[in-house]
Design a protein around this ligand. Structure first.
Ligand SMILES: [Zn+2]
Length: 251
């Protein structure tokens, strides 16, 4: 059930049953010249909408903004920072718990959100609940190595093709053109650099290492909608199992 479509009378009934509440969380940020700014919330929202029919599951409205200060040089990107998202998620969890919810599953679309989600998870934990973070791009890459990707590369572009192909413009795609920091320090991910076989983290604007915004092992121009659909199906299967496990948990 979608919380936004329920009346308070229906909500009262639903919250009495110790439901699992899904909160899709993302970010409004650049994903290369070819892929939508909303990718990180549109993908989790798409998954949540496929799960709303499951018994005793409530889907809360999507959190569209997240933590992406390092993408700010790309037009359209908006960050509410760790403080903003921690406050927002904390208040959402607090509000839902005041009505009786104790089990939360955050479907997350953006790695930068993790510290803020952790803070909301600890808030839920201290109040006797549990909050689980599901990072779709991490899980899908672990379930199938073909789907291990980067940021705004083929993998995220394929996911977006499956969700809404009108939000992908492969004709606008550009080469990655990664920029080394020094001759011996090269980017391996957004904010992650390799020196002598091991990685160090350097937080700086994405354009300094990935001038066109995307970074990853796979060129977005090779993105195929069918593979995106396969990824979404893999994630949905996994989440359905996880939901049933979380329902069993004694709190
Ligand atoms: Zn993303």
């Amino acid at each position: 059930m979608l919380l936004e479509k329920m009346s308070y009378a229906q909500a009262a009934e639903a919250f009495r049953k110790d439901p699992l509440v899904i909160i899709p969380v993302g970010s409004l940020e650049q994903h290369g010249p070819q892929c939508a700014l909303g990718t990180d919330f549109l993908v989790p929202q798409f998954m949540a909408r496929q799960l709303e029919g499951i018994d005793n599951v409530i889907v809360a409205p999507t959190v569209n903004y997240g933590v992406c200060d390092y993408h700010m040089s790309f037009p359209g990107t908006v960050s509410i920072g760790v403080e903003g998202l921690s406050l927002l998620l904390g208040k959402i969890v607090e509000g839902l718990m005041s009505h009786g919810a104790r089990r939360f599953l955050v479907l997350n679309g953006h790695g930068g959100n993790t510290p803020a989600i952790d803070s909301a998870a600890l808030k839920a934990y201290k109040a006797g609940g549990i909050l689980v973070e599901f990072d779709w791009w991490v899980v899908v890459g672990q379930l199938d190595k073909r789907f291990a990707g980067g940021h705004g590369d083929k993998i995220e572009t394929e996911a977006m093709l499956a969700v809404d192909d009108s939000a992908v413009h492969l004709d606008l795609a550009l080469d990655m053109d990664p920029i080394k920091l020094t001759d011996d320090i090269a980017p391996v991910h957004i904010q992650s650099f390799r020196y002598k076989g091991a990685d160090v983290r350097i937080a700086r604007d994405t354009k300094e290492s990935a001038p066109h915004g995307w970074f990853g092992p796979w060129d977005p121009r090779d993105a195929k909608k069918e593979e995106g659909e396969e990824m979404m199906a893999l994630c949905l299967d996994y989440i359905k199992g996880l939901i049933e496990e979380l329902k069993k948990l004694e709190l």
